[in-house]
Ligand binder design. Sequence first.
Ligand code: FAD
Length: 415
Amino acid sequence: MPVHTGILDAEDFAGITVYQGRGVGGGSLVNGGMAVTPLRERFPAILPTVDPAEMYSTYYPRANAGLGVTSVDVNWWESQDCYQYARVGRKHAERSGFPFVFVPNVYDWDYMAQEAAGAVQKSALAGEVIYGNNAGKKSLQKTYLAQAAATGRVNVSPLHRVTSVSPAAAGGYTVVIDQIDTTGATLVTKTVRADRVFFAAGSVGTSKLLTRLKATGALPLLNEQIGKGWGDNGNVMCGRANHMWDPTGTLQSSMPTAGIDNWDAGGAFAEVAPLPTGIETYASFYLSITRTPRRAEFSWNPATGKVDLSWDRAWKQTSIDMARSIFDKINSKEGTIYRTDLFGAYKIWGDHLTYHPLGGAVLGQATDNYGRLHGHPGLYAIDGSLIPGNTSVNPFVTITALAERNIERIIAEDF
Ligand SMILES: Cc1cc2nc3c(=O)[nH]c(=O)nc-3n(C[C@H](O)[C@H](O)[C@H](O)COP(=O)(O)OP(=O)(O)OC[C@H]3O[C@@H](n4cnc5c(N)ncnc54)[C@H](O)[C@@H]3O)c2cc1C
């Protein structure tokens, strides 16, 4: 099959397929925009070495403002065909006694209202999401990247792939970069010297680079924690087959607005997800985030010249059991069953994937408590690789808030 750069990558490891955004803006280009701040009482389990007080007073608010996070107008939501699927999700959750919670998003709600009125180009209401939104979503090129560009001090080089970072003879680091075309072929290899290098290639990208560079001797002083503490945020998907009197709608907004919170009792927070096929499916669809303790490790494989990940597909059973704490009960109450046709023949659970890779250069282990990589001063990790495997909710607000916290300290002390 021909390959092209961007926009959604499904990267296969032995036990799991990891979905990631590719392009300037990373996952913000393809994600569902669900912008969830975890409940404060759950934060110590997410980032045990970080002071919750500073996160909830300063860095979560700063991240939410920087990302343009807002909440849907519930009166509007109640009245729209495109959120019928979510109202069905609410009805079923509440009838089984589960808390149904609205969650904020980075989508522009005024724009979505105009989509519903037929006044503008449709994006969320045209099913756009995992292959990118052409309008309406405040992905990073409209927020943080626009602010950075406005300083006049930032150059962005699209279609460039970092292949090596190593200490430079003159001090600082030599960074080797391939400029690629849209088939991925290398056009030219460039070398730059930098005093400081921030790894922001995502949990998988940063972990793969650091694991290889340590093992092959380019960055030999990185510590033994590199590549460790990787988790899938407990992601598991499923669908339920509703009765004919509970249609979920032919028009479904691709931007989720709500979840079912059974974290404390059953270890699962389930996003009430759209299934925007354009036809009536009578299906309710969910992405569960679960409290799985499973963690994998990246390692260098000299035989293949690639980085492996030690994830075992069987580990997803823990997440399935936690998701079932919600959906077995709802099915029993509603007299409904799981869909068996969404992930292959007669398969209930989407247990082969994650959308939420986290860890591999864990804060306070591979780095100090602010993301400075141990062993090589001037190298930093500043992305999802810092978070040890689970955020209890969708992760990008926490990744952003942690980056805000760390960069403030690094600018004050290191520059
Ligand atoms: C389909 C989908 C839906 C999602 N929905 C949500 C949601 O609703 N809410 C939520 O909170 N989270 C969601 N996520 C997850 C969220 O998008 C990620 O957690 C987040 O983007 C991770 O941010 P990051 O900065 O760690 O890395 P990324 O956003 O992955 O950015 C890393 C960037 O670095 C680039 N890169 C990698 N290697 C190299 C290299 N060697 N050289 C140069 N560049 C490199 C990548 O191409 C990418 O552009 C979703 C993810 C997917 C895939």
